[in-house]
Design a protein around this ligand. Structure first.
Ligand code: TYM
Length: 332
């Protein structure tokens, strides 16, 4: 079975709807016919300052949400990035084959360092994409299910894999991004020109999966639309309505055309009211399950230990190959 791998950062108390629809949901469907590795990217989280206590808590919450979403620990290795030291070790090798100029072109660094200025950003934030390349290449996956915002990182990963393979010996498989067009970019409810995001969205623009469902319903009902009346899918001139239609379609499995037909002659209020109900029905059981799992910490930690064991076997093998190929002497 081809491998799939992906990761998510534990930088919020809850996943938001963009994380869930853009990535995590695909993890659940892909696990059926693949050999999956899914991890909580705590090493990536510390590229910006984190409160240690909060980070620990959020790492467990992130894992609990994966389970609540339907990631099955019997099929999938679910683990914490820092439990596998090979990520950081291969990350170093990746840094050594990346040019400064190419790292500098990564748009996420440009965006994230824009606020405080490049001089204030951590070196870790700069080398973030090389750690991510290591995360991926260690497991030699065929597919990496992510949202659109990770595409550039995937391209760098492929470049580095190719460079390593041609400079030394074929070692890495070139991973394919697995990005579903329909959900690749979920937009902010208040500002549909930007993606829904932990760092950039206002609270009212973002749906937290673990928030009080009533609060989420309210956010949907007050989502920004446009000054027309007609419900149709047009990302250029109706980004707000189109975003709502996408979310509606993704959560119910109804295609957008059918939805547009259903709402012909109706108003934005009707669409929002119905979508608010859809969201409530969707997040309520997710939230209950997450809290239930979080109550049994021994169970959760056991799953993460089991995941680390599975992942460690693969990661150690790849790193040993890499070290040998670049000319490092194996310890006697
Ligand atoms: P992170 O933690 O920011 O986001 C997790 C996943 O959610 C997707 N996503 C979205 N999809 C659609 N619409 C949105 N508005 C939206 N916002 C976020 C992201 O694309 C991502 O798939 N660098 C990664 C974590 C990572 C990783 C990896 C991923 C570290 N190592 C190796 C894959 C493979 C990140 O920060 O994702």
């Amino acid at each position: 079975r081809p491998r799939v791998l992906s990761g998510i950062q534990p930088t919020a108390d809850s996943y938001h709807l963009g994380n869930y629809l853009g990535a995590v949901r695909q993890w659940v469907t892909l696990q059926e016919e693949h050999e999956p590795f899914f991890f909580i990217a705590d090493l990536h989280a510390i590229t910006v300052e984190q409160d240690p206590k909060v980070l620990r808590e959020r790492t467990r919450r992130a894992a609990a949400q994966l389970l609540a979403a339907g990631v099955d620990p019997e099929r999938s290795a679910i683990f914490v990035q820092s439990h596998i030291p090979e990520h950081a070790q291969l990350g170093w090798v990746m840094q050594c084959i990346t040019s400064f100029g190419e790292a500098r072109r990564m748009t996420q660094f440009k965006d994230k360092s824009a606020k405080g200025g490049e001089g204030a950003a951590s070196v870790g934030l700069f080398s973030y994409p090389m750690l991510m390349a290591a995360d991926i290449l260690l497991y030699r996956p065929a597919y990496v299910p992510v949202g659109e915002d990770q595409r550039q990182h995937l391209e760098l990963t492929r470049d580095l894999a190719q460079r390593f393979n041609s400079r030394y010996k074929k070692t890495f498989r070139l991973p394919e991004p697995y990005i579903l067009k329909e959900v690749a970019k979920i937009y902010d409810l208040q500002d549909p020109a930007i993606k829904m995001s932990k760092s950039a969205s206002s609270p009212s623009g973002l749906i937290d999966m673990l928030d009080d469902p009533k609060a989420s319903a309210k956010k949907i009902r007050s989502a920004v639309t446009d000054s027309e009346m007609e419900i149709r899918f047009d990302e250029e001139s109706k980004p707000g309505v189109s975003n709502l239609l996408r979310i509606y379609s993704a959560l119910t499995g109804t295609d957008i055309e059918t939805l547009v037909g259903k709402y012909a002659g109706k108003g934005y209020g009707d669409l929002k009211k119905d979508l608010a109900e859809v969201v409530v029905d969707y997040v309520t059981p997710f939230r209950e399950k997450t809290h239930q799992i979080l109550e049994d910490r021994a169970y959760l930690d056991g799953i993460l230990a089991q995941g680390a064991e599975k992942a460690g076997v693969v990661a150690r093998r790849t790193l040993a190959d890499v070290y040998e190929r670049v000319g490092l002497v194996a310890p006697a």
